[in-house]
Design a protein. Structure first.
Length: 302
């Protein structure tokens, strides 16, 4: 449901989400609970670990955004100031409507917050989307979609959230880098200028070789980039031009990662030329049938 009547129904006691992360931070002790990098890493795994962070870090907007993106109920451990921050609050209540209980009184009276908190069970990443058919929700979400802190928290949680941030932030290099380091295929949502950025594309194919298909044509024809992509995901070889697909080193890198790539090799040409049968022992395939397929398609035993 929507509106005021539904808000109360979604509010309840905190649940035990992320217990292991909370224990992890707690065991680190007071010295490390004040180290920003340590706490940020922990809350990305378990938002409720925010409980054990130092007071200054519980007032750090980026740390709190990361925490509520993982678990909306982590809002209860944020500073009073951030519980009155509309962007932070929207992320929290989208993740879990029960976080409404911990929202500052002024924002509890905000119609947009009430609609979001009382809506359906939305995934936290929907904070950067405008999809649900609820009155006032698009208006309520316009602000966080254009918020750099919210965008970074979202793409670090799931790189594909890059699709839903504002157009300006999709062109922000730091946001795109964070997205492709988390999910290489997020490169498809980057502007063409960044699909032609060496560092961005390299980060993407290192995370997922398949991201090569979203890179600029120049990088799809770059031997070093194709090798990197093929070593991570053999089928990335398909995105390369014919000249590189016939390159012995590139082909071997792809086949070692995934023997099934042999299915698309020119019969009687590349298979025999590179002597793949003698190299089967070097293959690091993830699926036994792939290895069987590779064996079937190499030179016959004399």
């Amino acid at each position: 449901g929507t509106g005021l009547g539904a808000v109360g129904s979604n509010v309840g006691p905190p649940t035990a989400h992320g217990t292991s992360g909370r224990v992890s931070v707690q065991r680190r002790g007071p010295p490390l609970c004040g180290v920003r990098e340590v706490v940020l890493e922990e809350v990305q795994q378990s938002g409720l670990a925010l409980e054990f962070a130092s007071l200054p870090l519980r007032a750090d907007r980026n740390v709190v955004l990361a925490a509520v993106m993982q678990c909306g109920l982590a809002l209860q451990f944020a500073s009073l100031g951030l519980r009155a921050d509309r962007g932070v609050v929207l992320v929290a209540v989208l993740r879990d409507g029960r976080a409404f209980e911990f929202v500052s009184e002024p924002l509890q009276a905000d119609t947009g917050i009430q609609v979001v908190a009382g809506g359906p069970d939305l995934d936290g990443l929907e904070v950067v989307a405008g999809a649900p058919d609820l009155d006032g929700l698009d208006f309520a979400l316009a602000e966080p979609r254009a918020d750099p802190g919210v965008a970074l928290a979202a793409v670090r949680h799931d790189g594909l959230a890059l699709e839903f941030v504002s157009r300006a932030l999709r062109g922000d290099r730091s946001v795109v880098l964070a997205a492709v380091r988390r999910t290489g295929r997020a490169l498809q949502f980057a502007p063409k200028a960044l699909q032609g950025d060496w560092e961005v594309v390299l980060a993407a194919v290192q995370q997922d070789g398949g991201a090569l298909s979203y890179a600029s044509g120049a990088f799809q024809a770059d031997r070093r980039m194709v090798l990197t992509a093929g070593q991570q995901r053999g089928h990335a070889w398909h995105a390369a031009p014919e000249t590189l697909r016939a390159d012995r080193g590139v082909a071997l890198a792809a086949v070692r990662q995934n023997g099934a790539v042999l299915e698309t090799y020119p019969a009687g040409d590349l298979r025999s030329r590179v002597g793949l049968r003698s190299r089967l022992g070097l293959f690091r395939t993830r699926d036994v049938p792939f290895s069987r397929f590779a064996l079937k398609n190499t030179l016959p035993v004399p």
